[in-house]
Design a protein around this ligand. Structure first.
Ligand code: ADP
Length: 760
């Protein structure tokens, strides 16, 4: 019979017309069906998918539509299975099933007659189907476009539908419905719907995929980096230490009470360090930065001692005199006790070396229970030394101020800024104006060091500055400072300091149980013969040396002039030659080491009429010589003809001193006259004062230092300008008691005193 075929039941597998499938059969019934079909039914079988999942479906479970398939290929495999290639031929309607044998079913079938379609309608559906299929293929790069050729080359709707159904990734159940639906229009419409759904699925999947991918890739990347980092750290053997270190940084940060911006910046820096490989060059730079910044005393303050009595006791114990600075500190404490918010004064101690500027500042810090640090700015010309350099520079560091703060480890230390008069302004910048910003309490609350980059509060620091010469303090700075001038010590003060401060300090230092037996006269002998200074630094050095010699070479601690001479080298004794000749005078100078006594010499010899000046003089001093000469000649103190065929040589001794300034005119006139009139002036007279062309004496500065120096030198009479009279109230009584001060308006007075009586 033409329309009878054997039935092959395939579970979960649907074959559609024109579709090829490969299957492997292992059961004997199937193999028999193939065999019989091959022999009796022209290699054709009816493929039927039961509507049930039961293992042995009954005929009632079988559908009424099936597909006739041609057995295209069969291959018996070594394992006994039979591999087949089946190709769907046509959809048929099943008329009825009947048993072919005990275990094989056969079926009668007929071809399906398709309903007639409206021509246009079919075209529209086909186009729609093709369009949707196109969109579907375009929606994902993973879908093969091979189907396009098939659907474009064929125009039969039923064929198109079956081809597309085969192509789409539908579930078996859906495919079975398509297989059983004979109406191609219905199938087409249903397919369009399914294609659209598929497109939606793809879009959705893509979206989900993207999200998952992004998340995955970020996580993966982080994971990858972390693993890599661990690997490196492990290789270096310090992975754990590294983690601990980062934790320590975070912990440290949490202990600090920082403003939000600074906190965030440091937090981010630690996090950046965490993510950096320790091999990276930035690692070291960042670590150094964090070590600096996190260890600054952001919130650490010393508890200040504001007990006036105890502070003054301490200061008096450590330093003789210096009453002005002591009383300024007393005022500060009194005010601070009333108003704790008051900012510290910015004091500048001015005076010659060795008079206690540095050590009193240190004592102030200790007495107030603040930390102490000294910064030297002498010769400094680069402001970055104060405020640091940017981290981008190799080897960059914070400036001296932040370094001081870190060393002190408190935010309210006493910082001594030494030698502000010796800062240099040049192309590298103006450190004085930078210093001004640092000191100004309205600005220094938010002091920003270039390296640290975050504001640090300096407003509670007590700054004390020092200078030797008030004239050399940069003016804008000078304007903001509380200047306290400290003067040289006279010989009695020096003896006092030696007995009460220096010697006890040395005993302590040398751990001596016995004290020196030394008279005041011996100390004076040492001062006069072995020191030439405004302060007591050399005296301290000499006494230390003497004691060292004594305790190492003799058991006796009795010291007189003999012992001094014996134990201190000849060379250390200062020359103090008598003036026995004309043409030599003592002059009083005010230098940056304080007052000083030096000598002026004059000689005259036959030769051209000219003046030779030696001793490295400044311009002002050279002019003073010219004025002196003109004055002498106009006054006719000596015969003018003397000058015609003589050369005059004037020499200022002590070439190491800076020699300039208008205060030597009187001494110059005197030394020339002494030479020309051959009058010996002697050792115990000296002069200070500038002179006008008419012989008037002009007021000078530094009188106190000069007179103390004269006194220390043993000078008995000093001529000074009358206009300096009011400065005499500053001169220590002991000086006034032993030095005769002659106030002079015009040189005539001096001439009458020194030359007139002896004029030849
Ligand atoms: P400056 O800073 O003015 O150059 P220092 O403070 O360094 O001087 O003092 C030098 C030495 O002299 C120190 O050992 C110091 O103790 C001592 N000294 C200076 N002035 C006094 C003083 N008034 N009382 C006690 N010792 C002093």
């Amino acid at each position: 019979m033409d329309n009878l075929v054997l039935v092959m039941l395939l579970k979960d597998l649907v074959i559609l017309p024109f579709q090829e499938i490969k299957i492997e059969l292992k059961d004997e019934i199937s193999k028999k069906i193939i065999k019989v079909s091959n022999k009796k039914y022209n290699n054709r079988v009816l493929i039927v998918t039961p509507n049930t999942n039961t293992l042995t479906p009954s005929i009632a479970d079988l559908p009424l539509v099936g597909v006739i398939a041609v057995i295209k290929n069969k291959l018996e495999l070594s394992n006994g299975n039979l591999r087949l290639t089946l190709r769907g031929e046509k959809r048929v309607r099943i008329l009825n099933y009947k048993a072919f044998s005990d275990d094989i079913i056969s079926a009668y079938f007929c071809d399906i007659v398709l309903p007639k379609f409206e021509a246009n309608g079919e075209e529209v559906i086909k186009n729609k189907l093709r369009d949707n299929l196109n969109s579907y293929i375009e929606s994902s790069p993973n879908i093969s476009n091979s189907i396009l050729k098939v659907v474009n080359d064929n125009d039969d709707l039923s064929f198109l539908c079956d081809a597309i159904t085969t192509f789409l990734p539908l579930k078996p159940k859906q495919k079975m419905q398509y297989m059983q639906e004979v109406n191609p229009e219905k199938r087409a419409l249903s397919l369009i719907k399914d294609i659209k759904t598929e497109i939606k699925h793809i879009e959705l999947e893509e979206k989900i995929d993207n999200n998952i991918e992004i998340r995955l890739s970020k996580e993966q990347e982080e994971y990858y980096l972390k693993e890599k980092l661990k690997e490196i750290e492990l290789a270096l053997g310090d992975a754990k230490e590294y983690d601990d270190e980062i934790k320590e940084y975070y912990d440290k940060l949490n202990t600090l009470d920082l403003d939000k911006k600074t906190f965030t910046k440091l937090y981010e820096s630690i996090t950046r360090l965490k993510n950096l490989s320790s091999n990276s060059p930035e690692h070291g730079v960042l670590k150094n930065y964090l070590d600096w910044t996190l260890n600054l005393p952001w919130n650490t303050l010393s508890k200040e001692n504001l007990n006036v009595k105890s502070v003054l006791n301490k200061l008096n114990k450590s330093h003789f005199g210096l009453n002005e600075i002591k009383s300024r500190i007393e005022d500060y404490i009194n005010i601070k006790n009333i108003n704790p918010e008051i900012s510290s004064p910015i004091i500048c101690l001015v005076g010659p070396p060795g008079i206690g500027k540095t050590t009193i500042t240190e004592s102030i810090a200790h007495a107030l229970n603040r930390e102490y640090y000294k910064i030297s700015v002498g010769g400094l010309n680069d402001a970055t030394e104060l405020v640091g350099s940017r981290r981008t520079y190799l080897g960059s560091l914070p400036g001296k101020i932040i370094q001081a703060i870190k060393k002190c480890n408190t935010k309210n230390p006493v910082i001594l800024i030494d030698e502000v008069d010796k800062m240099v302004k040049d192309y590298k910048g103006d450190p004085a104006s930078t210093l001004l910003d640092i000191l100004d309490s309205t600005q220094n609350v938010h002091f920003v060091d270039n390296y640290i980059e975050e504001p640090f509060d300096l407003s509670q620091v007590m700054f004390v500055l020092t200078a030797n010469d008030i004239k050399d303090i940069p003016y804008p700075l000078y304007d903001r400072l509380e200047i306290i001038e400290l003067s040289s010590y006279n010989i009695f003060e020096k003896v006092d300091i030696a007995k009460k401060y220096i010697l006890p300090k040395i005993y302590d230092e040398f751990n001596m149980s016995r004290k020196l037996l030394i008279k005041d006269e011996t100390i004076m002998y040492i001062i006069n013969n072995y020191t030439k200074e405004a302060g007591v630094r050399d005296l301290e050095r000499i006494l230390k040396k003497l004691i060292t010699k004594l305790i190492t070479s003799t058991k006796s601690l009795v010291v007189g002039e003999l012992e001094v001479v014996k134990y201190l080298k000849e060379g250390e004794s200062l020359e103090n030659k008598e003036i026995n000749n004309s043409g030599v005078v003592n002059i009083l100078a005010y230098t940056n080491i304080g007052g000083d006594v030096t000598r002026l010499e004059c000689s005259i010899f036959n030769g051209d009429e000219k003046v030779i000046l030696t001793g490295q003089l400044g311009e002002v001093l050279k002019e003073s010589v010219m004025v002196a000469l003109s004055f002498i000649r106009e006054k006719n103190y000596v015969s003018n003809t003397m000058f015609y065929d003589h050369t005059l040589h004037i020499h200022f001794l002590s070439s190491s001193l800076k020699k300039d300034g208008p205060s030597c005119g009187v001494a110059i006139v005197t030394v020339i006259l002494s030479k020309l009139l051959d009058v010996v002036i002697g050792n115990d007279v000296s002069f200070t004062g500038e002179i006008s062309l008419k012989g008037d004496l002009i007021k000078v500065g530094g009188l106190k230092e000069k007179l103390i120096a004269a006194y220390n030198y043993g000078i008995k009479k000093v001529y000074i300008p009358f206009d300096n009279e009011k400065d005499l109230k500053e001169i220590p009584k002991v000086v006034l008691d032993s030095v005769e001060i002659k106030l002079v308006k015009n040189y005539d007075t001096i001439f009458n005193d020194l030359f007139n009586r002896q004029k030849k």
